[in-house]
Design a protein around this ligand. Structure first.
Ligand code: FNR
Length: 431
């Protein structure tokens, strides 16, 4: 499609957008209106997006075992609810604190790269949804929307975290940090599970490039997604907005492989923590010893994550390692959890098992791909309603209460089964 941009034809097409877009988006809006849960939003996103962009959003590394386990691991925990707690919906309180700031919800949209390839509203849609729900917003170093574009959606002072990758080029690193500071980002998250680019085989198979190449497969893909394709050809081409050098959003993998600094180590991390005046999270820890070391290095927040199963295949499911990390650092260190969340009950389990806030990546990106801002708002709405219902049925009124009583309310299936067996023996007089 790039000749359209080179010839400037996208401007003429853009002038037709007010008439054409509603027609092309009618089907996806109908589908979005009927979506009941996050799995439905995934189906909607798949229907509206170019297949190779959907593949990039949806995939994990290698055989996608970690991707699946991240999600399946929540089912290993059971909810031992109290009855007759007397909680009506208006008494519930979902407020929480993260990075020292008050937020209306204990979950939020994680930083994710290249949002304009999913829907033209891109990162601005997720920022608008965060403003709508009064929750934290996370912006990726590889955003396709400028910090100014984000500021238009979020009131000044809205809680937000800037995600940093460690570029080889220190100037580039300093430049990105300066932009984040100027843009009012007071919290920083250093992603440490991305020193090499994960092996995303769906992308290789799909020939993933932005913009699509003129291969028969990509042209067919573009024709199968007319609303997505219209947005692509009637708008300015997108690029990584925070990288001042002109990097086309063409080959993410090769850019990252050239620019990421795999030699970045704990000493560099200490330097970074000193460089930033404000809370700094380490994003991507899965081990208690690394968690303790990160605190020694100067990080204030631990972000338990394996990049949504997109990096090291075979990494443990994040919710499975969370209790050990919480036990290793004690109750006062802030912990964020992400990975595999698809339901309000997953968020509830994450909070009960030791997280102060829970991030979601794919769930809100499905909403974005399905229908821009309306889709992201919908994704967060679905999760909020599910979380409220789960809290009401579990018998907890507030997030603080859930965290305080988590050990008793949320138990691993194995331990529930052992308890039940113990009780059976006890009642039979065998013990
Ligand atoms: C990501 N993630 C990510 N993380 C990060 O630190 N910087 C980034 O630029 C990106 N980009 C990105 C793109 C896409 C398409 C996805 C799906 C994920 C990881 C993200 O922040 C988060 O850790 C995971 O997405 C959480 O897992 P779930 O919710 O997707 O299962």
């Amino acid at each position: 499609m790039s000749f359209i941009h080179k010839l400037g034809l996208h401007k003429a097409l853009g002038a037709l957008s007010p008439a054409v877009r509603p027609l092309l988006n009618a089907a996806s809006e109908r589908r979005l209106a009927n979506a009941v849960n996050i799995a439905d939003l995934r189906t909607c996103a798949k229907a509206r997006m170019h297949p190779m962009c959907f593949g990039y959003l949806d995939s994990g590394s290698d055989d996608e075992v970690t991707l699946r386990r991240n999600h399946d691991a929540y089912a290993e925990f059971e909810l031992h609810y109290h009855v007759l707690s007397g909680l009506s919906p208006e008494t519930l309180d979902l407020r929480s604190r993260v990075f020292g700031r008050d937020v209306a919800l204990p979950f939020f949209a994680c930083p994710t790269a290249g949002n304009r390839m999913f829907h033209d509203e891109g990162e601005a849609a997720a920022a608008a949804a965060a403003a709508h729900h009064g929750t934290l917003y996370g912006l990726s170093s590889l955003a396709t929307t400028s910090i100014g574009g984000i500021a238009e959606q979020l009131p000044a002072g809205h809680p937000k975290v800037f995600q940093l990758y460690v570029w080889k080029d220190r100037e580039l690193l300093r430049d990105v940090l300066a932009q984040a500071r100027e843009g009012g980002f007071d919290a920083l998250a250093l992603t440490v599970d991305f020193t090499w680019y994960g092996n995303r085989e769906r992308d290789i198979r799909n020939g993933f490039t932005i913009p699509p190449k003129y291969t028969p497969k990509q042209v067919l893909g573009a024709l199968s997604a007319p609303a997505w394709t219209w947005d692509l050809i009637s708008n300015e081409p997108y690029k990584y907005a925070l990288l001042r050098e002109d990097v086309p959003a063409e080959s993410l993998a090769s850019f990252v492989n050239e620019q990421i600094n795999p030699a970045f180590d704990w000493a560099d991390a200490e330097w970074l923590c000193q460089e930033w005046d404000g809370p700094v999270a380490i994003k991507g820890v899965v081990r208690p010893d690394d968690a303790r070391r990160a605190l020694d290095a100067g990080f204030s927040t631990l972000w338990v994550s394996n990049h949504g199963g997109r990096q090291l295949e075979g990494s443990p499911a994040t919710v499975s390692v969370l209790p050990a990390i919480r036990a290793a650092v004690g109750p006062d260190v802030e912990i964020i959890l992400d990975g595999g969340v698809q339901r309000g009950t997953d968020i509830l389990k994450g909070l009960a098992l030791g997280a102060d806030a829970v991030g979601v990546g794919k769930p809100y990106l499905y909403g974005l791909g399905a229908g821009g801002t309306a889709g992201v708002v919908r994704a967060l709405d679905i999760l909020k309603i599910e979380l409220e219902r789960a809290m009401g049925l579990l018998g907890v009124r507030t997030v603080a209460d859930l965290k305080a009583r988590g050990d008793d309310l949320v138990r691993h299936r194995g331990s529930s089964a052992r308890d039940a067996q113990g009780a059976r023996y006890a009642s039979s007089g065998i013990v």
